[in-house]
Design a protein around this ligand. Structure first.
Ligand code: R5P
Length: 285
């Protein structure tokens, strides 16, 4: 098996290669002065089973992903499995208003070009899979998140909204502790409201677990609620740390913030390489 790591996921691809005892393919990536990307597969990978790892965020990395796929189409590889650790655009999984693009469908059409299978981690929308004709494998980062929290004596894992409850519950189950969720209302892409709710957080060490942290607004509001209810320690963890603009600064209201390496950030403290390696290994057998 040969692994290609695109610019968005080079660290994770290296860890994955280590987990699988597989070789990383030598590649070349350049940016022209106008920011257009250039990619080249340097090694000879004719007849190989290839795994391409590239998160679909931000847009420039999506274009780079398509360039990798185009390059691979000419190289007579035996098989191509595409790993998109963070699948951007999954929020827009349908036309909410007439005339809107179904963004994830547009991505899906290109992502699956030449691929036999697609893997992603904690897709934001369960509806995204329907746009992929190739085999869809959705993995959970819960074991990686729980691994980090294990030594921190967590009393309770909280989802900041009902949509994230399944994710939070998976982590809670691995930690053998309780889970709950908050009632969140999104006002616009920068503003959320978290409704007061009776919570038994007094004196507790609480982990807030979400799939995505973007502006950080959701976690900040959830943390405020927890502090009002007397939580002793608030730790925020997510699978995909986008941390746009000054999100990490705002998140200093938490005692700790961490994410996985589906996206690279200063707080990517845990890796999903093991979770992906296990899935690829299971497929191989
Ligand atoms: C929403 O449904 C997601 O699970 C996250 O809660 C959301 O993307 C977080 O966004 P932000 O950090 O901007 O509040």
């Amino acid at each position: 098996m040969k692994i290609i790591g695109g610019s968005a996921s080079s660290d994770l691809a290296g860890r994955l290669a280590g987990e699988l005892n597989a070789n990383l393919v030598a590649t070349e990536v350049k940016r022209f002065p106008d920011d257009e990307a250039y990619v080249r597969v340097v090694d000879d990978i004719t007849g190989e089973d290839v795994v391409l790892v590239q998160s679909a965020y931000p847009d420039r990395n999506i274009v780079e992903l398509f360039l990798w796929q185009d390059a691979l189409a000419d190289l007579s590889v035996k098989s191509l499995r595409v790993i998109i650790p963070y699948l951007g655009y999954a929020r827009q999984d349908k036309a909410f208003l007439k005339g809107e693009a179904v963004s994830i469908r547009a991505l899906a059409n290109l992502i699956q070009t030449g691929a036999s299978e697609m893997y992603t981690v904690d897709a934001h929308s369960k509806g995204a899979s329907r746009y992929f004709d190739v085999r869809w494998n959705e993995l959970s980062a819960a074991p990686a998140l729980a691994g980090h929290l294990k030594s921190l004596n967590i009393d309770s894992v909280l989802a900041p909204d009902k949509g994230a409850l399944e994710h939070a519950k998976r982590v809670a189950d691995l930690l053998n502790c309780e889970s709950d969720y908050l009632e969140k209302k999104r006002i616009d892409s920068h503003t959320v409201e978290v409704s007061p709710k009776s919570l038994d957080a007094g004196g507790k060490v609480v982990a807030i677990v979400d799939d995505i942290i973007s502006t950080g607004g959701t976690i900040v509001k959830a943390t405020e609620q927890l502090r009002e209810h007397g939580a002793k320690t608030v730790i925020a963890g997510c699978t995909h740390g986008l941390f746009v603009a000054d999100a990490l600064e705002k998140l200093k209201v938490c005692d700790e913030v961490f994410s996985t390496d589906t996206l690279m950030s200063p707080v990517s403290k845990v890796t999903v390489a093991g979770v992906i390696a296990e899935a690829l290994g299971a497929q191989r057998d």
